[in-house]
Design a protein around this ligand. Structure first.
Ligand code: ZN
Length: 445
């Protein structure tokens, strides 16, 4: 009886052509009070009972510690990832509020040169393909410090950014990129629509994974999109994560991990059709999807959509066996890495780390690698130097420390930049030093 009452939460999403019913999960607190709490799918609300991978307990991966904090309590949260057996959305429960994670965000996109280049190329591509001009309106959700919209501003194309982190939004505004400081969703989209701020292009890069209320977010984009408008969204591709064994890219800040097929299902539920897709090398393999209103047939569904959908079907992304195999694959990687480290340390070798990225923290905490295995790590970012890695408390120094110490092995934590790092640090060969790369398979170079 109580359950029936609890399950009656539905929301009607009014698309142009028909009404789409989405069941909304009750709040966790209400369910817990009724003794009915169970994790449910962020998209389709089915109960979650299938583990994709369980990485144990981990601290938030960007919570670097100062020396004074080492003796204090440190919050750890589960990194237990589930897969929904109805829609195949791979997902992590939200343990920390989005406000806590994102309102004072330390990551400024404009500090990464390659990312700026990516943004500039994207702008040229969109302007040319969709004929954007002074009459158009471009909206970016999670617009960060204006790293992307600044290129549209240069071309005199009106823009609007939406960004919840006030400190980074402020930087964007100072650069001349109008930005609203808020979380994007149905509520903010309706307000913008009332002001006539409909969009010809809505861009969202690496935000979809971080949205706690996925349906509210996609429904918001539907509301804001002009009848002939286009949405482009970039996110890490789940198939790459599995094939390349990139389990260390799982963080508490990333709630959802998408295949193309699941993304297509989610957008379709909100009256949006994916008509094109590109595969990008960013973040270990990402997708850029292109969406439009279902009834806008001016842009037919392209070859690349049909080809990728088929490739995912052939790979088994709509079969639970595909997901069930991942957990064991990850455990085996942990055993291999620990085998190597135990043997090296027993033989009296010195092993240190290179880099202090978020992914390194997932890997080290999951594997239980502390200063018993890695004496220290180094990072070029001055903000991290002098601090300690969350959970494992490995000290972070500046890169020169490696030259002083002359270690036998350097474990590269940001493996996505391994070629660049091996080139920069090639002088370790002078004293016989070697590189170790943990992902996809632990290997010595
Ligand atoms: Zn689901």
């Amino acid at each position: 009886m109580v359950e029936r009452q609890l399950r009656q939460h539905k929301v009607e999403i009014d698309t142009d052509e028909d009404k789409v019913m989405i069941e909304l999960p009750e709040t966790k607190d209400v369910q817990k009070e009724a003794g009915l709490y169970q994790s449910r799918c962020r998209f389709c609300d089915a109960p979650l009972s299938h583990t994709f991978v369980d990485l144990g307990m981990s601290p938030l991966c960007e919570s670097y510690l100062s020396a004074e904090q080492l003796n204090q309590m440190e919050p750890f949260y589960p990194l237990h990832v589930y897969v929904c057996d109805r829609c195949y959305l791979v997902q992590l429960e939200q343990y920390v509020s989005a406000e806590d994670i994102f309102t004072e965000y330390a990551y400024f996109s404009s500090y990464a040169d390659t990312w700026l280049q990516h943004a500039s190329c994207y702008t040229d591509l969109m302007v040319e393909r969709f004929g954007l001009n002074e009459e158009s309106h471009v909206v970016e959700v999670a617009s960060n410090d204006g790293y992307l919209l600044q290129y549209f501003v240069e071309k005199n194309i009106p823009v609007l950014g939406v960004e919840p982190a006030a400190n980074v939004a402020k930087v964007a505004i100072e650069k001349g990129v109008p930005t609203r400081i808020e979380f994007f969703g149905v509520h903010s989209a309706q307000q913008m629509a009332e002001e006539g701020l409909y969009a010809d292009l809505i861009a969202g890069n690496n935000v979809l994974a971080q949205v706690p209320d996925l349906n509210d977010f996609v429904a918001g984009m539907k509301i804001l999109l002009k009848p002939q408008g286009v949405i482009t969204i970039e996110f890490p591709h789940l198939m790459c994560l599995v094939e390349e064994n990139q389990f260390d890219t799982i963080y508490h800040e990333h709630f959802s991990y998408f295949s193309f097929i699941t993304a297509e299902k989610i957008f379709a539920a909100h009256g949006l059709t994916l008509f094109d897709v590109e595969e990008l090398p960013t973040h270990g393999g990402s997708l850029r999807i292109y969406a439009r209103h279902q009834k806008d047939d001016s842009m037919p569904v392209g070859e690349r959509v049909i080809e990728l959908r088929q490739r995912e079907l052939d790979a088994g992304l709509t079969s639970m066996d595909y997901y069930a195999a991942f957990d064991e694959q990850v455990k085996e990687t942990k055993r291999k890495l620990l085998d190597f480290l135990i043997e090296a340390r027993r033989a009296g070798k010195v092993v240190v780390g290179y880099g202090a990225p978020g992914k390194g923290n997932t890997l080290l905490n999951y594997c239980g690698i502390r200063t018993d295995f890695l004496d220290f790590t180094v990072d070029r970012n001055p903000y991290k130097q002098g601090k300690f890695l969350p959970g494992t408390h490995i000290p972070i120094f500046e890169p020169g420390r490696i030259t002083e110490k002359e270690p036998d092995y350097v474990l590269i934590l940001p493996w996505n930049f391994k070629d660049e790092i091996m080139e920069q640090m090639k002088h370790i060969r002078d004293w016989g030093g070697k590189f170790v790369v943990p992902i996809p398979e632990p290997g010595v170079y």
